[in-house]
Each structure stands twice: as structure tokens, then as C-alpha cells.
Design a protein around this ligand. Sequence first.
Ligand code: AMP
Ligand code: MG
Length: 503
Amino acid sequence: MQFKQDYFEQLEGFYSQVYPLPISQPHWLAWSDDAAKLIGAQRGQLNAQGDDELLMQLSGNHPMPGASYYAQVYSGHQFGGYSPRLGDGRSIILGEALANPQPTSVPHGHATAWDVALKGAGPTPYSRSGDGRAVMRSAVREFLASEALAALSIPTTRALAVIGSDLPVWRESQETAAITVRLAKSHIRFGHFEYFCHSGQGGKDKLIQLLNFTIKQHYPHLSQDYQGYKAWFTQVVKDTAMLIAHWQAAGFAHGVLNTDNMSILGDSFDFGPFAFLDTFKEDFICNHSDPQGRYAFGQQPGIGLWNLQRLAQALTPVIESDDLVAALNTYQAELVQQYLLLMRAKMGLSVSEQTAVQAQEQDKTDLDLIGRFCHVLQHNLLDYTNSFRAFGQLDVTSGHANISDEIIDRPQFDDWYKSYQQRVGKLDDIDQWQAQRNSVNPKYILRNYLAQEAIVAVEEGDKSKLLELHTLLTQPYAEQPELDHYANRPPQWGQGLIMSCSS
Ligand code: AMP
Ligand code: MG
């Protein structure tokens, strides 16, 4: 691994230097070969004491050559209210590791460098009353979620590893600490801009400095002037819309969409009480601290816009309101178009060349068809992922649809199915059509109960389930017959699990 230090060297005043606190008995709990390839990281190289040196470095016990060690400052809107100063309370960034020239590439995964952050490495000036640590269960959940989303081609930060330890930490009860080694193209959040707008720390100059840095690092095709700023914000709106469309199509709920958890690059970021839906439920809430459902699954598109509005507000010293509003106004259409693209692929709805008016009509019809299918799922308490996977065996010409096996309200389904058959029309090659469905509808997703089972096993000293689950999720579309049970709906205890925020 080779580091550069652009953020550290060019953005003084945007972070505090802070070193990790050593941790006792570090050991690898999980490791992602795919993420390691992005930066050419190699474990297993032993030092003079016979320890894995990378493990020692990433646990904070030995210094990492070329690292700078810093925690970034930012603020953010949490559950609708503004918190004027948050910052990395338990995450320490080592710097930007240069990308391996031949990384495994996933869509949205291209980068010339990846921030390496140790999440749970000890207190920082931003820890407030927190201990700066992360508990094993939350470290494992972040690891699995990052790698599972990447394998589904959903924009996301990555996780290189989870390092376990025997350090006790207190939450509702005693647990053990762990560190997630996170890779991110950037750790800049909406909240960074909010902090430098609202805090009085350097005002407009600092805001422009941050904006220029962001553009130079991540949008090199844009200019660092007014035209560039406008184009940049429009791009942020687009990337955010794209991210949320991906979540809605995959049935993923983030759970804590505060503006400090929104990556400026539109990556899934800062995982807490997230969930992939099992039974489809539009208003599913996965976060125990969100009884009102502000961040319920179906609220995410609206919250994405609300968060962008907060970012826009923070940019008003630099970008004219009219230009910000014009960019915000593109959000809904971007989201709908991206969502339609993904859902049409899932359901096998092809679109031929059309005039603009015809395309508009087609969009409306298809949104209605998709919406009605989601209604069927919700009404009949069906599993989101498995219902879509069934399209891969569907003979659309047949009156009997395998996707209807668990339907209770038959007339409602038949009504929808007739419209669907009409829309799909005649297929030249049904095998190919089915194979295409299987290439976009995953068989295996990170169900909360599966994560929970793996975590309980780790607590009991067995990490084989975690390794098996991680390996499975790197190939979510492939049939893996010996691991078929991982596609099962949750048992009674694992249905609608609501996770606690305390991590
Ligand atoms: P999160 O809910 O994980 O997005 O965290 C919100 C804020 O609380 C961020 O500023 C975190 O750095 C901080 N935070 C969360 N947990 C801890 C902890 N155990 N110790 C210190 N700070 C924390
Ligand atoms: Mg956070």
C-alpha cells in the first residue's frame, strides 16, 4: 500500500491530527480479497515478532508507513435537526492509498486512490461522550453491507477487513470492540459543507477551498469556477438520485439518512441499522431510534431531496439560489429514470425506440405496472428478493405464473399478470430472457437474520459462518445449490428485525 496525503496537506483546518489507540489481541475477523485488490493490500507478511504486520498497522498498534492519521470535522442534520459539530468521533483516516493499476473493477468503483479509515480506532477530538470504539456486531454489519452492495453494483464505500479484539466496550451490555477498515473514494459528506457554511470557521473562503478540492480530486473534468460549481452541484444531485434509485430497486433501507451520512459522491455510506427488505413493506422501518419512520424504506427518495436541499442551503454563499433550485429540480426525473431502468431490467420490460411523447406515456404505464406489482407483494406479504428472482423461471406465455405460488389474493394478481403479459409481449428467446432476469435479480442478499446468525457465531468463537456468508454475497446472482438455505425467508425470530443505533 502506498499513500498520498492530499486532504491532509491541502485542507488544513478541515481535520484534527489524532493517533489510534492500540487495541489488545487484534485478529482478522474478516478480509475482502476484492477490496484488497483495489489498493494492492496484502496480509500475512510477518514481522520480526512473527506477527502479521498489516494487522498490527491497521489495528493501530504499529505505525503505518506514509500514514498521516486524522479525523475530519463536519456537522449535519440528524433526524431533521441541525447538529453544529459532529466530525469523526471514532474513525481515523490514514490517507489516500493509491489504487492498484489493475483492480477488480465494479461499476461506480473506479478511483485513482482510496481513503483508508480505521472505524473504531479510539477517541478523537470529535468523540464527545463516546469511547471512539465500534462493537464487533456493527463492524461486521458494515463489512458485509459494503461488500454485498458492491457485488450488486450499487455505489458504495468498501470494507477491506474487520479486526476483532478482546477489548471490552459498554453499550446496553458489555461487548467487544472491533475495527472496520473502510475504503472510500472520499469521506467528504454533505455535512462538511454544512459545517463550513454555518460554523463561522473561515466562512466563504473555506467553503470555496473545500469545493475546489472536491472538484479537483473527484470531478477533474469540471472547472474550479462558477460554471464548474454549478455543474458540480447538478452532478451531486444526479449521483444522489442514482444512489437512491438503486436502493429502492434493490429493496435496501439505509436507516440513518442524516446529512452527515451522505457521501458527496453518492456512495452508500456509514452503515448502521440498515436492512435489505425481506417481506416487501413500503413503510418498513429498520432503525429502532426512528419510531416516526423518517427514514423508512419508502421515505428514502424524499429524504434524498431533503438532504440535497440542506446541502444547497450550505452552498448559497457560493452558488446563486436560482442555480441551486434549477439543479434540485432535476432530482425527481433523474431518480425516476434510473429507477425505471433498473426495474425494467428486473421485470424484463424492454423499450424500443420512441418519440419523446411516446416515451413519457411508456414511463407512466411502466411505473403503474411496477407500482401494482409492489402492491401485490405488500398485500400478499411476499418476499421482495425471492419474488423478483422468480422472474428467472417465468414462462411469460403461460397462464400459470410461478411467481404467483404464494399469492393469497388471486384476482388482484391475475389482473396485474394480464397487464404484465401484454406489456412483455412475444419473446424470441425465452431462455435468454430468463437468464437476463437472473443476472439482475439476486438470489442471495444480506438478510438481517443471516447477519445476526453470523454475528452470534462469532460471539461464540466461530467465524466460519461469517466467512461463508461473505463469500456467498460476493456472487449474489449465481446459483449456489449447497448454500440454497441462505435464500430462505427469515425464521419467526428474524422477521422485521429492527436494529439499535448504538454501535
Ligand atoms: P453515526 O450514527 O455512526 O453516523 O455517528 C454520528 C456521530 O457520532 C459521528 O460524529 C460519529 O463519529 C459519532 N460517534 C458514534 N459512535 C461513537 C463512539 N462510540 N465514540 C465516539 N463517537 C461516536
Ligand atoms: Mg455517521
